[in-house]
Design a protein around this ligand. Structure first.
Ligand SMILES: *[C@@H]1O[C@H](CO)[C@@H](O)[C@H](O)[C@H]1NC(C)=O
Ligand SMILES: *[C@@H]1O[C@H](CO)[C@@H](O)[C@H](O)[C@H]1NC(C)=O
Ligand SMILES: *[C@@H]1O[C@H](CO)[C@@H](O)[C@H](O)[C@H]1NC(C)=O
Ligand SMILES: *[C@@H]1O[C@H](CO)[C@@H](O)[C@H](O)[C@H]1NC(C)=O
Ligand SMILES: *[C@@H]1O[C@H](CO)[C@@H](O)[C@H](O)[C@H]1NC(C)=O
Ligand SMILES: *[C@@H]1O[C@H](CO)[C@@H](O)[C@H](O)[C@H]1NC(C)=O
Ligand SMILES: *[C@@H]1O[C@H](CO)[C@@H](O)[C@H](O)[C@H]1NC(C)=O
Ligand SMILES: *[C@@H]1O[C@H](CO)[C@@H](O)[C@H](O)[C@H]1NC(C)=O
Ligand SMILES: *[C@@H]1O[C@H](CO)[C@@H](O)[C@H](O)[C@H]1NC(C)=O
Ligand SMILES: *[C@@H]1O[C@H](CO)[C@@H](O)[C@H](O)[C@H]1NC(C)=O
Length: 812
């Protein structure tokens, strides 16, 4: 990628800006292509599925190209961008880092050098174009060149974008606006998007156009949502005409339709026609090259608002101004929250990994405040939680520290969705909930905020009621929201083999109910016992007699499928496999072997069930060994051969579990090795889908030298990757220093917190006399090249330690 080139160019601009604003330009270190490729060079397949284009933090608009890549897989086209895919359009809305069926890719333009046959503007395969040369991207900016010589430059603001098209000499100049366009997806999938309705109307001079499009489906099987748009060109076209066409929105199906041109406006009408407009700036070949610019605003409320966004957010036709504004916003609001030395001595690779990770963490969710068409509310509105199953584990908890306003606003938005639509989402996009992959994990998000003392403007009575809805009201098997297998959970205390994902959802519902118990402490004390007891449900699936299969040594005791009559289904059971490890399997994106480690609220009981500290340690050691995986995850596996799979979220906290047996050096050794091996400054730089930045936030915590235990006010200590970090916490500064840090010198020798020596490998968010994550303070690491068992204090807590009969203690 031409990222380096752009970096140099923009550093000059940045240097000038720095003098003016005294703001370090961290954006120069961002490589927006990290995650754009998978293990097969040149293909997105198996990669991060990231968005590449122009966007501001949490922006509604993510302006980028939509592409079609050969050897297509349903997880490949979601971010719009692929390394070599043909360009089918430039569109305003994208997700970033997501798998499953594509969502968005709507409100588009496509620059064309010819519209003569074989081009048929109702069939994007007839005009899609390959790219030539290398793409360029920086924060806020993207550029690509099409094979027919047209250059596309894009910059994004919050609800608007500005496109610049360089038309070469020799061709015609047209821009197609296809209201029925959305991200291409292979035909035949069960969750494809579709176009529902649309309209367009062109001003008399042809420079302006407005309209609406309505779309549905996609990953979350979402209900129809409507977007209004307002476009403008800097040049008057010689001709501008609206068109309709029959509804064949899918690629390569049906008989070739032809557009019907119909003056200055068009609508779908009762026939459900596709609509669009063709703007021709040169209808005949010209010997002169020329540049055309266009601005487009979008709104979920009205055309007028879309125009207002376009005019106020992008007042100038100079694209550089929009790029600069976006970079300033990223520097000020996001990058400067974690400051490390950026001087000439600093390691550029590490700077790139840190600031790129912060960038990808903040593309999602989208701040739709003021843009909620579904209900009137004074609460903030957020969309594109995709999915909280991914982001509850360490993304929200980092936002708590470095984005306190957005974080509180997101929680209020989640509760408001329950208030008006009945359930908080686990996944949500296009203003509709869906899908749940496991538990109702917004419960964990709320509990994590609550136990860390966040009250703010959150209505916690409602917050708890929203959680209780998840825990008590059945969704009758639906995966849209809530808990799909709640009936099993309430009847048996575990999910029986009659339910899909019985093991992974039992593990997640246990954690969800632990989350309820923690909020109940303050909001409804009489519920605490009930939910604490339910949080031990995972123990009902623990079969102490089940052995591992094909491992040396053999480990005994695993989560095991259990039927409704209470019988374990152990015959032929291999906990290291889970068939396709997806919706219909016993576990989702991870094997029972992995899920058997995922009990963060009660690690103490878990260690007991595994036979004590020594066997817990040797089982942990085993899962990190190469070639121990017995399941083929295909592209999802991205070449990982250990049972431990850092590419999928269930295992995120597993490398840190050695802290629970006071062998913190092993947590450091394993987690650092994973960070170094799988996270790189390269297009194939994250191990699989970045999952809305979940993988990126894992790396940030790793670099900070700590890891959050979500739903507890607890952070485990790791080992930092920088010798001096000033991090914003709650508006104050936490300074993390690492004396003795070197390439081979990263084992903790000793730790001081706020100047006093510290003998535990964890600390609390806010404990009496030490309010580290509220008031800030210092953590001083002394690092060396030799492992040391330096921690002599208590192991991290297991506040969910409870027997199945609710009295404490566990059965062994
Ligand atoms: C087109 O939009 C611009 C910017 O909002 C406005 O100044 C202009 O009057 C509009 N032109 C027409 C013909 O509506
Ligand atoms: C679209 O065009 C392609 C050729 O590029 C053709 O194979 C296909 O049948 C067309 N599809 C429709 C619906 O016309
Ligand atoms: C267009 O066709 C799709 C199926 O291909 C259908 O779901 C959708 O409702 C149709 N849209 C209209 C406006 O008729
Ligand atoms: C962190 O803050 C301290 C105190 O203001 C300052 O001396 C130090 O240089 C800062 N370090 C970095 C990396 O910004
Ligand atoms: C910079 O960090 C990377 C990643 O840890 C490492 O591979 C490289 O050797 C470092 N470069 C220098 C000059 O220390
Ligand atoms: C589940 O089914 C019950 C009984 O038919 C019904 O009352 C309830 O509304 C359903 N819940 C949902 C979320 O569909
Ligand atoms: C329990 O149910 C399973 C499957 O549902 C069945 O195979 C088994 O025979 C049953 N066991 C008893 C004791 O009823
Ligand atoms: C893992 O298996 C592969 C393929 O069989 C082999 O090439 C490699 O050497 C093995 N690695 C280890 C560490 O055993
Ligand atoms: C440290 O981690 C690496 C990578 O997992 C592993 O090969 C090595 O054996 C570990 N060292 C120790 C002493 O456990
Ligand atoms: C609950 O379980 C604990 C631990 O197994 C046991 O000691 C206790 O007697 C049990 N209490 C009841 C009421 O069954």
């Amino acid at each position: 990628m031409a990222w380096r080139m752009a970096w140099r160019k923009l550093s000059l601009i940045a240097a000038a800006a720095q003098n003016a604003a005294a703001q370090t330009d961290y954006s120069q270190f961002v490589n927006p292509f990290i995650g754009s490729e998978g293990p097969i060079a040149g293909y997105a397949y198996g990669g991060g599925d990231i968005f590449v284009g122009g966007a501001v933090p949490y922006g509604v608009v993510k302006l980028g190209i939509d592409t079609w890549e050969d050897r297509v897989n349903i997880a490949t086209l979601n971010g719009g961008y692929t390394p070599k895919g043909t360009v089918t359009g430039v569109s305003m809305m994208h997700e970033s880092g997501t798998g499953g069926c594509a969502k968005y890719g709507v409100i588009s333009q496509m620059p064309l050098a010819s519209v003569a046959s074989p081009v048929n503007i109702l069939n994007d395969t007839t005009y899609w174009r390959k790219r030539v040369g290398t793409d360029e991207a920086t924060v806020g900016y993207f550029h690509t060149d099409l094979e027919d010589g047209i250059g596309i430059s894009l910059a994004g603001a919050r609800h608007a974008g500005i496109m610049k098209y360089d038309f070469p000499a020799g061709g015609e100049q047209h821009v197609l606006v296809d209201v029925s366009h959305f991200l291409p997806d292979p035909p035949g999938g069960f969750c494809q998007q579709y176009y529902v309705d649309g309209s367009i109307s062109i001003s008399d001079d042809g420079k302006n156009y407005t309209g609406h499009g309505t779309y549905a489906g996609g990953f979350n099987l979402g209900a129809p949502y409507t977007l209004y748009f307002c476009g403008e060109f800097d040049t008057a076209p010689v001709e501008a005409k609206a068109f309709t066409g029959v509804n064949t929105t899918r690629i390569v199906t049906g008989s070739p339709p032809e557009p019907t041109f119909g003056g200055k406006s068009a609508e779908a009408g009762s026939e459900g026609f596709r609509v669009g407009a063709l703007f021709s700036f040169r209808a005949t070949p010209s010997s002169k090259a020329s540049v055309l610019s266009s601005k487009v605003g979008i709104s979920f409320i009205s055309k007028e608002k879309a125009c207002m966004f376009k005019d106020t957010e992008i007042p100038s036709w100079d694209q550089q101004e929009t790029i600069k504004a976006a970079q300033d916003e990223w520097n000020k609001d996001i990058f400067s929250t974690i400051q490390v030395d950026t001087g000439p001595e600093a390691n550029r690779t590490l700077l790139t990994l840190l600031y790129s990770s912060l960038y990808f963490m903040h593309l999602m969710p989208s701040d739709r405040s003021g843009e909620n068409p579904l209900w009137e509310s004074d609460e903030p509105s957020w969309d594109d939680f995709y999915c909280i199953w991914d982001t509850f584990r360490n993304t929200f908890s980092l936002s708590h520290l470095i984005q306190p306003h957005a974080y509180e606003s997101q929680i209020r938005g989640l509760i408001d969705i329950w208030r008006h639509q009945g359930y908080m989402p686990d996944g949500r996009s296009g203003n509709d909930n869906g899908l749940t992959q496991g538990g109702s994990n917004a419960d964990n998000v709320l509990a994590d905020a609550y136990v860390k003392g966040l009250r703010g403007d959150i209505d916690w009575q409602d917050g708890y009621a929203a959680m209780a809805k998840d825990a008590e009201v059945s969704t009758n098997g639906s995966n849209k929201e809530g808990r799909g297998a709640l009936d099993d959970w309430l009847t048996y205390g575990y999910l029986t083999t009659n339910s899909e994902r019985s093991i992974s959802r039992t593990v997640e519902y246990s954690a969800n109910d632990f989350a309820l118990s923690q909020v109940a402490k303050g909001e409804k004390p009489e519920d605490v016992e009930k939910y604490l007891k339910r949080s031990a449900g995972w123990q009902l699936l623990w079969n102490p007699d089940v052995p591992s299969v094909n491992t040396t040594p053999v480990f005994k005791g695993f989560l095991t499928p259990k039927s409704a009559n209470g019988t374990f289904e152990s015959v032929g059971y291999n906990p290291a496999t889970c068939d396709v490890c997806s919706w219909p399997s016993i576990t989702y994106e991870g094997t029972p072997f992995e899920y058997s480690f995922v009990i963060p609220h009660d690690v103490e009981t878990l260690i007991g069930l595994m036979g004590g500290s020594d066997s817990f340690e040797s089982r942990l050691d085993y899962i990190f060994l190469p070639n121990t995986s017995q399941t083929n995850l295909g592209a999802n596996g991205v070449g990982i051969t250990s049972i431990m799979n850092i590419g999928n979220e269930p295992d995120f906290a597993t490398p840190y579990l050695y802290n629970y047996i006071n062998k913190q050096w092993k947590s450091v050794n394993q987690s650092r090795a994973l960070g170094n091996q799988y996270f790189r400054n390269a297009p194939f730089g994250v191990p699989g889908n970045s999952d809305s930045g979940a993988l990126n936030s894992w790396l940030i915590w790793q670099m900070l030298g700590m890891y959050p235990v979500v739903t507890q006010p607890v952070y485990l200590l790791g080992s930092p990757w920088f010798s001096d970090i000033n991090m914003t916490v709650n508006g104050n500064t936490l300074r993390i220093t690492a004396n003795g840090l070197g390439t081979d010198s990263y084992f903790v020798q000793s730790v001081k917190i706020n100047g006093e020596s510290w003998d535990k490998n964890w600390f609390e968010h806010d404990s009496p006399g030490q309010r580290l994550m509220v008031d800030g303070g210092t953590i001083e690491f002394e690092l060396g090249s030799e492992p040391v068992e330096w921690e002599k204090g208590d192991v991290p807590p297991s506040p969910g330690r409870v027997g199945l009969n609710g009295t404490g203690g566990y059965r062994v």
